[in-house]
Write a protein that binds this ligand. Structure first.
Ligand code: AMP
Ligand code: TRP
Length: 337
């Protein structure tokens, strides 16, 4: 075993990867690879918790794998959750170390079940949606993760993972699971440009996220139509929309435009169109490099699929070992006895 600490994080294959995912989490994933043992999962079991289309799920899973590699994740660090069924098994065991009350109080469960009710479609809230954070705890604790790089919206889920780890450790009388800590980027909450009072998110609808891999023209257009002032901003306070545009510049590393435009803002002379053009240009430059890399790697999709199956198999060995130890500790039987 190396002395390196463990990092784990995951993302759901529910559609495009957007700037919130990238600047809030995935950018960190890329950087952490240098100094940590990293495990990054595409969590398809999680994507089943809301109504979905099976064919799309499989395509989205592979598409997300290509996207993650294109932004700089090494294939050896990637796994697909359903290729490691131990995640579902550990989730079951953790269900017995987590209270129903705690789960029903989770913000994401409340939001998403509300969303189902108000969508006008079938009013169906799956038990999987309630159980979602327990599966997430299984993802994290399975690999004894010390750090979990995620966006701000995942804080509550991390607390639940720690509560499960603690209860488990207490019950078995051993500090078996590491209590994982969250790692945030400097921009842990990117807002929707169409409505800066809410986070950028796939589930809110197309105009509420900017996909990293969409057409140049679309990115520019979405930034151009960003909401800057929602009503009258409080005196002396930057509006959420303008702040979000500055955040995007900072997150992309374009500090020279950021600082110049901020000076203009402080003088009260900032023209929003200049800010928007700078953000649009910066994002287009950044995303073009990802698109080039994606075109390169997807020239041989079979090779990537092969690599990911291999890496999932390698990573699965750790999961199998954890399950063996957990079964020993909890009184369950292992196949070899
Ligand atoms: P998801 O697409 O919901 O699976 O999220 C994948 C990762 O992106 C998680 O770590 C989230 O916390 C992060 N994330 C999603 N939306 C945002 C956002 N608007 N700002 C910052 N981080 C985000
Ligand atoms: N719930 C996370 C999200 O929506 C995705 C996720 C599943 C995750 N398992 C995880 C994130 C484990 C970090 C660690 O973004």
């Amino acid at each position: 075993m190396s002395d390196k600490k463990n990092v784990l994080s995951c993302i759901q294959p529910t559609g495009d990867m957007h700037l919130g995912n990238y600047f809030g989490a995935v950018k960190n994933w890329v950087d952490l690879q240098e100094n940590y043992n990293c495990y990054y999962g595409v969590v398809d079991y999680h994507a089943m918790t809301m109504p979905y289309d099976p064919k799309k799920l499989r395509n989205n899973t592979w598409e997300l794998i290509y996207n993650l590699i294109a932004v700089g994740i090494e294939p050896k660090n990637l796994f697909i959750q359903s290729l490691i069924p131990e995640h579902a098994e550990l989730c079951w065991i953790f269900n017995c170390y987590c209270s129903y009350g705690h789960l029903s109080r989770m913000t994401q469960f409340k939001d998403k079940s509300q969303q189902s009710k108000s969508s006008g479609k079938e009013d169906f809230i799956s038990a999987g949606l309630l159980d979602y954070p327990v599966l997430q705890a299984a993802d994290i604790l399975m690999y004894h993760a010390d750090f979990v790089p995620v966006g701000k919206d995942q804080e509550q889920h991390l607390e639940l993972s720690r509560a499960i780890a603690q209860r488990f450790n207490n019950q078995v009388g051993k500090e078996y699971f590491v209590l994982p800590e969250t790692l945030f980027t400097e921009t842990p909450k990117i807002k929707s440009t169409a409505d800066p009072s809410r986070k950028m998110s796939k589930s809110a609808g197309e105009k509420h996220y900017i996909s990293i891999f969409s057409e140049e023209a679309r990115i520019r257009k979405q930034v151009r139509s960003a909401v800057t002032d929602l009503g009258e901003p409080e005196a002396g306070k930057m509006s959420e929309g303008v702040e979000n545009l500055f955040t995007l510049l900072r997150a992309s590393g374009n500090m020279s435009d950021h600082d110049n435009l901020m000076t203009e803002y402080n003088k009260g002379a900032l023209k929003y169109v200049e800010l928007k053009d700078a953000v649009g240009e910066t994002l287009v430059n950044l995303t073009n490099t990802f698109k080039e890399k994606k075109a390169e790697i997807t020239a041989d999709k079979r090779e990537i699929k092969y690599q990911i199956k291999q890496s999932s198999e390698e990573i699965r060995k750790i999961a199998q070992n954890t399950l063996k130890e957990v079964k020993d500790l909890t009184g369950l039987l292992n196949v070899k006895f």
